[in-house]
Design a binder for this molecule. Structure first.
Ligand code: ZN
Length: 499
């Protein structure tokens, strides 16, 4: 029996690695499409991507997987956190999910997402919700069908949220977001009273200079350029293509180098997580990142907790001295005030650290209501504008600056909460890191980020998918996810309060 199980397990793992290898080849083509592909090559690239996606899907629903899993599951795991138990649990989870979804639904979702994306771009440019409405109705109906195939107990939204944040539920998110929204709303009122206009800083720089700055910052935080690349795109992203190949992109605006640096820190945080996974586990759940929320916690921690700290501003000023003489004299305190100014606006991706989470809470409430059938798509603009007025006290001028601004609902419902979950996890992880390592401001000012990077590698990156996100949080910080850490961070940052 033991021999059977071990050979079934070996075959299972070999199959996982082969599938991951094929999927990573598709990933390289996807990365190339967003960076260097000549425009006329797009249709053929689409055909290549579809052919590979079809093969990957076939391998993922290979009936032998079910047989190997059943053979392995005859002997229950003694230690649920052991490498084998973790791998079996996650492979079972993804196999069951893949088997539950009918092929025609998956194909229809891919086609619907592609036409919804084109319609959304056009509708947003013209601020015309009615042009997007039938596409949104279709993508929502497909997502509801997907949830019903995947299965749910308490509410349909849970099935969709679980795709992106395994183990999380709408009830758990709601318990966290409802009081957080009220507290952030109150904090915004307090912060708004302090003047911020005179803190504006403009740091124009030629693009090669900006790129050199981004590379120095990335190298300083621990990004390994022998195992990764930095390229340029309109929409920055990070993608892990293999055990020693993690690609990130950023964008440059000639009138402001700080935007590119902040983007590089965000994507660099994602990349450190991918580069910190254990290479020998590559292609198996033990060598995979665990959720979008935890992934986002790593990007936000470097972008916000580190990248907007006073220590980091001292480091930046020293860096400017080498690369950007015009900015060498800039006062780090002024840079700090500039990086932490509060500018509540209509657009999520342009918002500050406080209002960002209010934007997410709004989206969570509305997409949950749509998925549960409590809000008709036709009523979305009105519901959006009403809730925006309650949260921000302002009138949304048009749907391009309202419910049409984000691409997510062309294809994904249940994704938005992972951003604010990531912010909460980031604050809690950083609090624990500073308790264990001591205050990091002086180290940051010297450009020394190694202690923090090593701590994250051990506590989070090397764990792969050993724990569910909320279990990882408890294992690392000794406590459940708690919004008080994010609030304390924001009150310290924006009101100067030591908490
Ligand atoms: Zn991110």
């Amino acid at each position: 029996m033991l021999a059977t199980m071990s050979s079934a397990y070996e075959r299972l793992i070999e199959h996982q690695r082969r599938t991951a290898t094929l999927a990573s080849a598709a990933g390289v083509l996807g990365w190339d499409q967003q960076t260097y592909l000549p425009p006329a090559a797009a249709p053929h690239r689409g055909a290549q991507a579809a052919a590979l996606a079809g093969m990957v899907h076939e391998w993922r629903v290979d009936p032998r997987l079910g047989e190997w899993l059943a053979a392995c599951e005859e002997t229950p795991a003694e230690n649920p956190a052991s490498q084998q138990a973790v791998n079996l649990r996650w492979i079972r989870r993804s196999y069951d999910k893949a088997m539950r979804l009918p092929g025609e639904l998956v194909a229809e979702q891919a086609e619907a997402a592609s036409s919804a994306y084109d319609a959304w771009k056009d509708a947003r440019a013209r601020a015309d919700f009615t042009a997007f409405q039938p596409h949104l109705e279709r993508s929502l109906a497909l997502a509801r069908r997907e949830a019903d195939h995947l299965g749910w107990e308490t509410c349909r939204y849970d099935a969709l949220l679980d795709i992106y944040e395994p183990g999380a539920t709408a009830a758990m998110v709601s318990d966290l977001f409802t009081p957080l929204g009220q507290e952030l709303r109150a904090l915004l009122d307090e912060v708004d009273q302090s003047p911020s206009e005179e803190n504006g800083v403009a740091l124009p720089a030629a693009i090669p200079v900006q790129e050199a700055l981004c590379r120095e910052v990335l190298a300083a935080i621990g990004f390994d350029f022998d195992r990764g690349r930095l390229d340029t795109t309109t929409h920055p992203f990070c993608t892990g293509l293999g055990p020693h190949d993690v690609r990130i992109t950023t964008r440059y605006h000639e009138d402001d180098c700080l935007d590119a640096i902040s983007g590089a820190l965000h994507e660099g945080g994602h990349a450190l997580y991918e580069q910190g996974l254990v290479a020998e586990h590559w292609g198996t759940p033990m060598g995979q990142t665990v959720s979008l929320g935890i992934h986002e916690s790593q990007s936000r921690l470097w972008e916000n907790q580190v990248g907007r700290s006073l220590g980091f501003c001292h480091f930046l000023q020293a860096l400017f001295g080498k690369q950007l003489p015009a900015a060498a004299e800039i006062d780090p305190e002024r840079l700090y005030a500039h990086l932490n100014r509060v500018t509540p606006g209509f657009i999520r991706v342009e918002s500050d650290e406080i209002s960002y989470n209010l934007h997410i809470i709004l989206r969570f409430e509305l997409e949950r209501a749509m998925v549960e059938g409590d809000l008709a798509v036709a009523d979305l603009p009105g519901a959006w504008n009403d809730r925006f007025r309650e949260l921000f006290g302002r009138e949304v001028p048009d749907d391009a600056r309202g419910c049409l601004q984000d691409v997510h609902w062309t294809a994904a419902f249940g994704y938005f909460p992972t951003y604010t979950l990531g912010n909460c996890y980031a604050a809690q992880f950083f609090t624990t890191a500073c308790q264990e390592l001591g205050d990091q401001e002086a180290a940051f000012a010297r450009g020394d980020f190694a202690s923090l990077c090593d701590w994250l590698r051990t506590a989070i990156h090397r764990q792969g998918s050993r724990y569910l996100p909320h279990e990882l949080c408890a294992a690392v910080t000794g406590a459940e996810l708690d919004r008080s850490h994010l609030l304390a961070h924001l009150r310290h940052r924006y009101l100067g309060q030591r908490v």
